[in-house]
Ligand binder design. Structure first.
Ligand code: BJW
Length: 234
């Protein structure tokens, strides 16, 4: 861990939650090995088979509701607390994950750039609300009363990720960028390391194996997140 850094941006992906029992996407046996992302994670797929898409996300909600944060989530929450207490500078945690395990661990003020599984959005009025129920097409928006316009508050392929302005602002100020448990396959997150390098940041990859843009990291550590993240934070 770089003791001199003051402004840190951390990007997490599915690998940080793997040891909490949530599946990754592109590993052998991962979610996209069993399900077709073009059918289940695109606006076109949802238009074609809304029931099938809602069923997929309802099953993942049930799985998430039983999941608990692991040592990697807890180490990152501890790092944030120590960073703020010491007044070191900016601390931004950006997650591509739609689970709530960083929040359960105590992380505050993080950005869910691909949305949140435990929230629902109304496509008619834009209202976003916390929701742990199974999704159904017949449900009515609690805000505008429109029927049939609810969808998971997640970002599908072809849609704009959330919170990009504050993320790019933080990357432009960063002197330390850390990517954890992500294959860096999906854009724009895959380009964050390049943005951070352009700002002069030291870049670190912590994952089970090298990702797509591994060569762009100054420092790399490979292993299970529950081991390498607490070790790196220490
Ligand atoms: C462990 C571990 C352990 C395992 N310990 N590590 C052609 C070229 C370039 C771009 C495009 C293109 N065609 C289309 C695009 C754009 C597209 C894209 O990137 N596609 C690529 C597939 C090529 N991107 C988009 O459409 C995005 N929007 C967009 O681009 O808007 C326009 C725009 C333009 C300009 C600026 C800004 C915007 C939207 C992307 C939405 C992604 N949505 C999903 C689904 C969310 C809902 C859901 O969960 O169902 O998000 S897809 C899925 O992938 C999910 C994830 O957040 C995302 C990233 O996956 P992640 O986290 O990296 O998981 P894995 O499985 O890939 O990797 C896990 C890693 O962990 C591995 O490395 C393991 O080794 C490791 N690991 N166990 C530590 N125990």
């Amino acid at each position: 861990m770089n003791d001199q850094a003051s402004n840190i941006v951390i990007l997490t992906g599915a690998g940080v939650s793997a040891e909490s029992g949530l599946g990754t996407f592109r590993d052998v046996g991962g979610i996209w090995a069993k399900f077709d992302p073009m059918k289940l994670a695109t606006p076109e797929g949802y238009a074609e088979d809304p029931d099938g898409v809602l069923e997929f996300y309802s099953a993942r909600r049930e799985n998430l509701i039983g999941a608990r944060p692991n040592g990697a989530h807890l180490a990152l929450a501890g790092l944030e607390q120590a960073w703020m207490m010491a007044g070191r500078g900016d601390f931004l945690l950006v997650t591509q994950n739609i689970d709530d395990l960083h929040e359960q661990a105590g992380s505050a003020g993080l950005i869910h750039m691909h949305g949140e599984l435990l929230k629902t959005r109304c496509t008619a009025c834009g209202h976003v609300f916390a929701d742990r129920e199974a999704l159904a097409l017949t449900r009515i928006c609690p805000s505008c009363g429109h029927a049939g316009g609810l969808r998971p508050h997640v970002v599908w392929f072809g849609e704009m990720p959330l919170g990009l302005d504050p993320i790019y602002e933080a990357l432009a100020r960063a002197d330390l960028f850390v990517a954890i448990g992500t294959s860096c396959t999906v854009w724009p997150a895959a380009g964050f390391v390049q943005e951070a390098r352009a700002a002069g940041a030291w870049t670190v990859e912590l994952s089970l194996e090298p990702g797509e843009v591994s060569a762009l990291f100054d420092e790399r550590h490979y292993g299970p997140a529950t081991q390498i993240v607490p070790d790196w934070v220490r």
